[in-house]
Design a protein around this ligand. Structure first.
Ligand code: HEM
Length: 439
């Protein structure tokens, strides 16, 4: 579908066949992202990985982040942080047993805290303040801003309602992050003689500071990304990328299970059989939860948080199956529609995790009917990190509690409509009543 949005030619791709053309056959042509004003401001002139133009700088960042921050080894080293924060979450929920809780709020705040600890470690007392500024930026920035639809009209920047707010939040976030970086730099001076083992406790800022090639602004851009609320721009880098997406997936999975009690009971049976109540679950316990993994896969098919991937830009005029794609057009891949395409999915609207017993599609971006993490050169680098948060939290929520809807609410009434924010989230917060499971 071709849309002319203001001055910008926009191509929306809604089938797996065409997604493959863009993301695989012509991967190199579509490897850059369009420039977006909010990204320039919040993301330090697009210095974050998600919106950096395809080229040497992006390649270098991607290598650092993939190897140093998001590799399985690294993700495992953050397991204690995850376990500690999820244990706090479980305790907080248990203390409100029998009463109605806002699960959306609880889960989002836990996931943001985990990201914050992974990024800044425990050292920084400003964490909570930073989280609230970033969350506000995520809420404020976005929508279709005229500035991006008419890029040649530079004067629009001066009358935009959005830009002053984004600039203000950017200034606040920048100040906090600069203090955090300076603190780390100071603390690291006394750590120069530590050996490799001690470095395991490094947080993201430490790792980035060790890369001589990165400026402070690049480090800040990797942490904060752009944080825009816009349906086609999804999320990016550590905060948007690492938090909203995972938290939204957890909430969608619980909501689907509440609507489908058979599935929730099956997950609970699996997790209660696998976990030992005396011991905190580790990676290998999670690996055994095959059915829970199908539930996560099915959740990401029906509710991909990055419903439109992140936008790509056509770097050189080309033809796809006879259609001319002009240079500089913006290409949006509609993953949401692809996951519901009846040509590839039987009963596509039905939440049915068992479909993945036979269907061996994976997350790696090779099966174009299933690309919740994208595909090609710009595929999400945070798959392992994201899934680790989603799987462990769901397993613990299902192990420790039985869940009911508030009195008077029927499962048929549960509002499953979506809102386009930084990620696609449920429009209404999910309120549930927990009761603690006693083995
Ligand atoms: C359930 C969790 C997640 C989902 C569904 C998800 C989905 C996506 C999608 C659809 C893209 C666009 C890919 C493309 O253009 O082909 C993306 C990119 C990205 N994601 Fe994620 N993501 C998740 C978790 C994470 C986490 C945990 C991080 C980091 C900690 C992260 C960091 C990024 C970054 C940096 C990019 C941009 C990559 C680039 O442009 O080179 N994501 N993600």
């Amino acid at each position: 579908m071709h849309l002319k949005l203001g001055e910008v030619s926009t191509i929306v791709v809604s089938s797996s066949e065409y997604a493959k053309e863009v993301l695989k056959t012509h991967d190199l042509v579509f490897a850059s992202r369009p420039s977006i004003q909010a990204s320039k401001i919040m993301g330090y002139d697009s210095l974050g990985m998600s919106f950096a133009p395809y080229g040497d700088y992006w390649r270098q960042l991607r290598k650092i982040c993939t190897l140093e921050l998001l590799s399985s080894k690294r993700v495992q080293s953050f397991q204690p942080v995850r376990v500690e924060e999820f244990t706090n979450l479980i305790e907080s929920i248990a203390s409100k047993e029998g009463t109605q809780i806002n699960l959306t709020k609880e889960v989002f705040s836990t996931i943001f805290t985990i990201t914050s600890r992974v990024a800044f470690g425990k050292k920084c007392k400003e964490n909570q303040k930073f989280i609230s500024v970033i969350r506000e930026a995520i809420m404020v920035a976005g929508g279709f801003d005229l500035v991006d639809l008419f890029p040649s009209y530079k004067w629009l920047q001066h009358i935009s309602m959005l830009m002053p707010k984004i600039k203000k939040l950017h200034k606040q976030a920048d100040k906090i992050m600069q203090e955090i970086i300076d603190d780390h730099r100071e603390a690291n001076k006394s750590r120069v003689n530590e050996d490799e083992c001690e470095k395991v406790g490094e947080d993201l800022i430490d790792v980035l500071l060790n890369q001589d090639c990165l400026s402070d602004n690049s480090i800040k851009a990797v942490i904060v990304g752009r944080g825009a609320k816009n349906m086609e721009f999804g999320h990016e880098d550590m905060y948007g990328g690492g938090s909203e997406t995972s938290a939204a997936t957890i909430i969608w999975a619980v909501a689907e299970m509440i609507k489908n009690p058979r599935i929730m009971e099956k997950v609970q049976a699996e997790v209660r059989e696998t976990f030992d109540k005396e011991k905190i679950p580790n990676e290998s316990d999670i690996e055994k939860l095959q059915y829970l993994k199908y539930v996560v896969k099915e959740t990401l098919r029906l509710h991909p948080p990055g419903a439109f991937l992140l936008p790509r830009e056509c770097g050189q005029a080309c033809q796809i199956n006879g259609y001319d794609i002009p240079f500089k057009s913006k290409v949006i891949v509609n993953v949401w529609a692809i996951g519901r395409d009846p040509n590839h999915w039987a009963d596509p609207e039905m939440f049915y995790p068992e479909r993945f017993i036979e269907n061996l599609v994976d997350y790696k971006g090779n099966n174009y009917e299933y690309i919740p993490f994208g595909s090609g050169r710009r595929i999400c680098p945070g798959i392992t990190f994201g899934l680790a948060n989603v799987e462990l939290s769901l397993a613990l929520l299902m192990y420790h509690f039985d869940w009911k809807l508030p009195i008077g609410v029927k499962k048929e009434d549960l509002d499953m409509s979506e809102t386009f924010g930084v990620t696609i989230t449920q429009k209404e917060d999910l309120y549930l009543i927990p009761s603690t499971y006693h083995p």
